[in-house]
Design a protein around this ligand. Sequence first.
Ligand code: C2O
Length: 566
Amino acid sequence: MNPKMQRIIRNPSFLLLLLCLLEFSGHFPVEAAIKKYTFDIQVKNISRLCHAKPVVTVNGMFPGPTIYAREGDRVIVNVTNHAQYNMSIHWHGLKQYRNGWADGPAYITQCPIQTGHSYVYDFNVTGQRGTLWWHAHILWLRATVYGAIVIMPKPGQPFPFPQPHLETNIIFGEWWNGDIETLVNQANSLGSPPPTSDAHTINGKPGPLFPCSEKHTFALEVEAGKTYLLRIVNAALNDELFFGIAGHNMTVVEIDAVYIKPFTTKAILLGPGQTTNVLVKANRPPNRYFMAARPFMDAPVSIDNKTVTAILQYKGVPNTVLPIFPNLPAPNDTAFALNYNNKLRSLNTVNFPANVPLRIDRRLFYTIGLGMNPCPSCVNGTKLVASLNNVTFVMPKTALLQAHYFNMSGVFRTDFPDRPPKPFNFTGAPLTANLGTSIGTRLSRVEFNTTIELILQDTNLLTVESHPFHLHGYNFFVVGSGIGNFDPKKDPAKFNLVDPPERNTVGVPTGGWTAIRFRADNPGVWFMHCHLEVHTMWGLKMAFVVENGNTPENSVLPPPKDLPPC
Ligand code: C2O
């Protein structure tokens, strides 16, 4: 070989190119790659339901771009903020081991990215594969700033279910005709909830049951006999949603990027924050079939009964054919919801074990409460608030992770109570009395590697309601759930410690409780909150500060140089 050729071959960039080519050709599995993305936060005029308005977007797209990665990859997203609002992006469901700096909730793990500034989110995708999503984690900006994250298994590792012919994302969202931040500010000055959205959307489109929506309908073309994988994300702000496809069953194979034991169903249920992968076989007569989603609401509050539709269209069927509508569960079908959630079981195989903590170091019991506080400046003299164990969380002015890492005092306290200050009949008659709710930036301090059991108990303070709870930095096992008050004597005997579902967001049933378990092996400050934006805003949130372990490998990584200042 001539010397010039030898130099080319020894050149590292040539070798890299060769490796990439081999990976693409499927001959040589490259363990990890770097996936780079650029997110430009910019305002764009978007029109839906006969209204056009400027909205905050990523790269002018609504919904934003999908992040594709493979298990083991490193993902680098350079976010530059050109909008008038402060911004931060959360990678919902990514565990961010030791790396809370890339988690994203504003004032929890980072100060927001100010207008004209940039921040690089740099993280590894380790031990996870499936569908997750990303969203703005400040104010209500996630109404338009969200997108899917698709994590493929490592090369050579097939799905533990039949390989689909094609896959597509189905992302539920909510659309307001007005400017969302203006609507929220107006509601807060009145002390009342912001108006419900004007439409739900699928992939940003409300579908033909809403006005001016002919052009704004998502359609999936299918070929008879083929199987499709739908990666479904509930990015709605305040609604749990049922979803179904006319005439077709769905086989649920994954929730929150964790494989489950497959089961077949006519409808699925997702709380805000949750993701679900289903297989759909195009095995019906060629036609056009509606895919539809509408809220599940079994609390005694007003039902938002709007239905968003998209179309599953068999190849060759003309667009003039009227689509068939699915049979969705009734909006208040509690039995369907409980039964559906009971069917979710971890795979629990050698390759995908369910490592449920069996010995518990620390037991926590948190009550979920709504309430009304005096508010002299509000229209009716009161404002709605929410609390966990009677604490309404107050957002700090400095990011908590920085305060923790740099030992800054006065930013937060670590006395968040492990149980409610005064026990009461949590789910008895409606309570309107002021329970002496306190406010504060109070965190729960957890020693590294502690095993935790947390009971989330709904209460009838003002009203019972279902609450989708999300924990950052971890997956947890949902070991039990029930209606009424949790009974520490009887209920633990019924826990599923063998194959409980593992997820990052779980619905606490209306007037009921949910028990979750996890091992606190990820040091840092991790937010936990109701994923109904209206409740998060009212204070239904707290954070765990998980201490470092005793080696550098078990400690929070140093912060990146470009971490935004407050
Ligand atoms: Cu999907 Cu703290 O959020």
